[in-house]
Design a protein around this ligand. Sequence first.
Ligand code: PLP
Length: 386
Amino acid sequence: MISLAVPDLTGNEKKYLDDCIDTTFVSSVGEYVTRFEKMVAEATGSRNAIAVSAGTTGLHVALHAAGVKHGELVMIPTFTFIASANAVRHCGADPWLLDVEASTWCLSPETVAAEIEKCCERREGGLYHRESGRKVAALMPVYTLGNIPDMTAFRAVADKYGLPLIVDAACAIGATCNGRPFGSLADLSVLSFNGNKTITCGGGGAVVGNSEEQTNLVRHLTTTARVWPDYDFDMAGFNYRMTNLQAAVGCAQMERLSSFVAVKRKAREFYETELGELTDEGITFFPATEGSSCWFSGIVLPEGGTLETAKAICSSLKEDGIEARTFWKPVHLQKPYEDCPRSKVSVAEGLWQRIVTLPCSTNISEEELSRVVASVKKAVKTIRSC
Ligand SMILES: *Cc1c(COP(=O)(O)O)cnc(C)c1O
């Protein structure tokens, strides 16, 4: 069986885990947590990194630290993993759902600026969404697939309207923009180290940023807002810290970041090249911005393609011992978020049903990639003749 995305744990993972157990440092204080935070800060080009228990908890604490409050709105793309919206909801706020660009699968700064102009007004205390009467509290683009949109333009929009700029960079470790990592492009960026991400800690996440004030607040909030040495707490904090056990695995993974990302990029490239003939039938490939970390790879069916066809391709691949899957269903189509404010979402609606994600583990071999390619060609041929 060729799996969709399984971790490669053949480095120092076991050794570092043994070390945690031998030294009894298994909880949220320990040498590996500190080391992991240094490695993540360096890899993302940010001054500070705080290791947390998950991408979702990282997003929640980042939005909370940015001042997002009950009843407010956070602008996010509808085409994202549901955790982006859940983190907004955990603040008592609602997502304002916006469309993505077909060329990056990310929010576009032009769309955000246009929607603000169309739907909002400035009042004392901030920017307000006219129809719902609610305050817009933050702007949160997502680095879908490790693609980085025009962040200079996003920064300008955020500054113009006085919005904190938080990024869901959950699947973006290893991505660069103009040759540089992304850690300084937003106020706070949040990563995930869940099992299917490029780097995994089993579960885990990190919040990165350059402002000491903001990252100190995030660190404080994630550690129950405790004021040492006694049992004093100055805020209602969270218990969101990563454990030394998770960080031990993370350190071993981070040692191999560049080779993992290289394999991810190669998989995307391989599918695009070797399946190139399918473009004649309107099939395209997952988009990648310059420097993308290419978290996932796969094909996109021609316009008008259906979820049934995408699923039929997955079934056909399964018969050849290959795992393939459809991709994110947009947030506005999810039960908890049906009633949230949204703008035009036609790109996301036309896109999500046509996506087939193909195997792209960090240790996938060329022979396996070739097997996938042959199986996809076969599946497309079979479906065409039906
Ligand atoms: C994986 C992912 C998350 C959630 O991260 P967890 O660590 O699973 O909580 C959030 N947003 C996006 C875009 C993701 O891909």
